[in-house]
Design a protein around this ligand. Structure first.
Ligand code: BGC
Length: 386
């Protein structure tokens, strides 16, 4: 996805000149001479630090590019950093952003509990902090949170698993299949607050089917601690799937479905299943594998009937929300929240703006992803971002 295409909504936001109410003590704040109108801070003097976790997943690259271009269109200076999924690298980057005079920080944390010292430092300097997509925990100094309805993402992941197995139809009505079906469960990284929301949302849907025997987990690994994949690593997911197959699927026992919370993990799981000799397509009996993020390689796998579904979270909209919240802070206001109950971070409830997500199946790739300009038809066909 190219950076220019990513921004749209945020670019429409009009820059209010004279950010007099800017609360930071960084480069964006001018302290001089109230009689001189030209002393009011101008957009170029405002610096925004944007800390993203990694470039190994294309969603974070897209998020970073979209936030950066949205802020730049408002005339702000942007310091965008990626941290290779390494906690010390991310804390160092945020320290540096503060030293360099950031006025607002937008942070997608690697470990949601590792940033308390940085955030205290930011608060002491009057720098507003926006948690991006992932909640920052155990700190009072998180001013706003922009994200998706993460519990609902988990609900959608489990729903797509049930649809793939034929237990439900896409319209939510009951399907013909009755099971029992053998499924295995995967979860995200335990240092990412979202992993719990996804897993809890999914289990909320799956539990009744586990209770009545429609779904069976032959490994018995039902807890998030057993299902978790540290740092959302594809290779770790592939290894865990291989181990599950070796330990639990001897003889005729087959896996029918796998709950996977992220496309990178899904591709690792799919590789393990392919190496174990499962049929090529879902139509032929390949297990139903779910996902998240609508990564282009996975969208192609869905089009090819290998992965069954993914969850589309439009990162362009999330970036636009982060830009809007930044602007609201800089002009002395408070960003508008649409949820003030759900995201308790261990110290306080962080006011949040939640966006909606969609389930992507083979038959709505066109309407959800291509028609909206998220991926082109050529990218879907090749499985490679242009
Ligand atoms: C995000 C997901 C993403 C995962 C792995 C989560 O915090 O919400 O969209 O798949 O991290 O990067």
């Amino acid at each position: 996805m190219n950076a220019k295409r990513l921004m749209g909504a945020a670019a429409a936001t009009v820059l209010a000149l004279g950010l007099a109410a800017c609360s930071g003590e960084g480069a964006g704040t001018t302290t001089s001479d109230a009689t001189d109108d030209t002393s009011a801070p101008v957009a170029e003097d405002v610096r925004i630090g944007v800390a993203m976790p990694t470039q190994t997943s294309e969603r974070w690259i897209a998020d970073g590019a979209a936030v950066e271009s949205g802020l730049q269109e408002l005339g702000y200076e942007v310091d965008l950093q990626f941290a290779n999924d390494d906690i010390p690298t991310q804390t160092q980057q945020i320290d540096q952003m503060i030293t360099n005079g950031a006025d607002v920080l937008i942070i997608a944390a690697i470990d949601g509990t590792a940033l308390s010292a940085q955030l205290q430092n930011a608060a002491d300097k009057g720098i507003k902090v926006i948690a991006y997509d992932r909640l920052i925990r155990e700190s009072a100094n998180v001013d706003f949170y922009v994200t998706f309805d993460n519990f609902q993402v988990g609900v959608q992941q489990a729903t797509s698993l049930l649809v793939g197995l034929g237990i439900l139809n896409q319209d939510g009505s009951e399907g013909d299949a009755t099971g029992p079906f053998n499924v295995e469960l995967f979860a995200g990284s335990l240092d990412d607050n979202n992993a719990f929301f996804f897993f809890n949302g999914a289990m909320d849907v799956l539990q009744p089917y586990l209770d009545d025997g429609t779904l069976v987990v032959p490994s018995g690994q039902l807890d998030i601690e057993q299902a978790a994949i540290l740092r959302w690593q594809q290779e770790t997911a592939q290894r865990r799937m291989e181990d599950l197959l070796t330990a639990n699927y001897s003889g005729d026992l087959q896996v029918d479905g796998v709950l996977s919370p992220y496309d990178g993990l899904s591709r690792g799981i799919i590789t393990a299943l392919q190496n174990a000799g499962y049929p090529a397509t879902v139509a032929d009996g390949f297990p139903v594998v779910t996902g998240q993020d609508a990564e282009i390689a996975s969208v192609k796998l869905i089009a090819d009937d290998v992965q069954f579904a993914t969850i589309f979270k439009d990162t362009r909209k999330l970036a636009a929300q982060a830009v809007t919240a930044t602007e609201e802070f800089l002009t002395g206001g408070e960003p508008t929240a649409n949820d003030t109950e759900t995201y308790e971070n261990g110290v306080k409830i962080v006011p949040s703006y939640l966006l909606e997500s969609d389930i992507v199946y083979a038959d709505n790739i066109q309407s959800l992803l291509v028609d909206s300009g998220y991926w082109s038809a050529e990218e879907v066909a090749s499985g490679v971002a242009e």
